[in-house]
Design a protein around this ligand. Sequence first.
Ligand code: SF4
Length: 213
Amino acid sequence: MNTPLAPPHDCPLCPRLVAFREANRAKYPDWFNGPVPSFGPLTARLLIAGLAPGLQGANRTGRPFTGDWAGDLLYATLLKAGLAKGVYDERIDDTLELVNCRIANSVRCVPPQNKPEPSEIKTCRQFLISELDTLPNVKVILALGKIAHDSVLKTLDAKISAHPFKHGVAYDIGRFTLISSYHCSRYNTNTGVLTTSMFENVVSKAKALAGLE
Ligand code: SF4
């Protein structure tokens, strides 16, 4: 099976993010501090598209959503849904494995203040395109947040105006179904924009759409 294109640990393509990476390497030399690779089997039927690594989460540990609040909710939900097995313990060498799903970020490097620039999203899209071109079994994409939703639409050459971001709404686009959720961030859960049951429901819906009942 082919492997999706992945950036090197010193990917030079986004100058602002490279500068932030270098500053973090100097400040936190024991952290991962590089483009965070996708996580999960290449045979996945469900691809979860995130936004970007969190500074003290994936940028520190080297695995998407690992070590921050969003990961606590995401991985607890995936374990409950049978889309993961093992133990999630906020570190890359826990025993967590994803089952029939894979996680890829829209932007692989941590951005300052968690806010990637449009040019950085565009530059990094080549790696998301490669995931969708290479993974043979992906049927459903679950986008976490509007930025990931829009980036997936651009990846699929689909119009944003025809597929507006709405929590829990699914669109058929070519051979894929795109369903999106409010991002499982601490801000969204603290403010009640996204509750645990809302998130569990959208993950269950994505799982069913992918034929993984
Ligand atoms: S965000 Fe993506 S394209 Fe930009 S430097 Fe990081 S890996 Fe390279």
